[in-house]
Ligand binder design. Sequence first.
Ligand SMILES: [Mg+2]
Length: 288
Amino acid sequence: MTGLSVGDALGAQFFVPGPDRFAVSRGETPPAPWPWTDDTEMACVLVHEVLHGDGIDQDRLARAFAERCDPYRGYGPGATRLLHRIRDGVPWPVAAGEAFGGVGSCGNGAAMRVAPLGAWHAGDPAAAARAGLRQAEVTHQHVDGVAGAVAVAAAAAVAAGAAGGVRPAPGALLATAADLLVPCATARALHRAGALLDASPEEAAYELGTGSQSTSQDTVAFALWVADRYLTDYPAAVATCVAAGGDMDTTAAIAGGVVAAYGEVPTAWRDHREPLPDWLPAPTGPLR
Ligand SMILES: [Mg+2]
């Protein structure tokens, strides 16, 4: 949760004019505080759901997403409308199914919030994928909207499973995630990412996209490519997402959440982030 929220909060600092996106790579960051956005708010709701201890209850989760939604945290218009419909009493399968003219959302919102849930299933990417799918369905009914969440959850489970031990081989996170997906645009992007292991970050960003459409298929592959490349270096992972531009809070939330499942977040960065909401219980273990 720390890795996701610090990436989200730092990435979000660069949507206003002023801060130099490339300075983060040199270790320079904006002054505190770094307010977090919808990525963190939804991830906190999901972590809270996991802490109930009885799996993902989709009705309870949908209600909690809707009730906790603070529209000033940067939710997209589609998400705001969907969560309002659920709060008004529309069942989530109806509200999520009618989005975008009935095809459902392929936005990156289900992927941006899921890394801590994946880490909870440390070492079991298949279980992480199933939980990632269940939490995605309540807001995202398009195959790519779900696939992005499945991929990120699986990658985080691999990273968390290796924490304190041998670093997964380059490409392992991407391959595990891609293998758990049905054929779709997000899966194809992950396969392309797996063929770019020797590429520069600029080349990977160009080939895979950086979330400028806010879709799963143009966000998740690059974010997981970054996590795979910089699994032992949290600041480098987040700096790479910020330098690449696009939907920086979301790519940094995904990459940061996955990388922190394996390693550490700098204390100074954590202290710059706005505190997490007080309704989230004190973090322990894999949800730290
Ligand atoms: Mg956001």
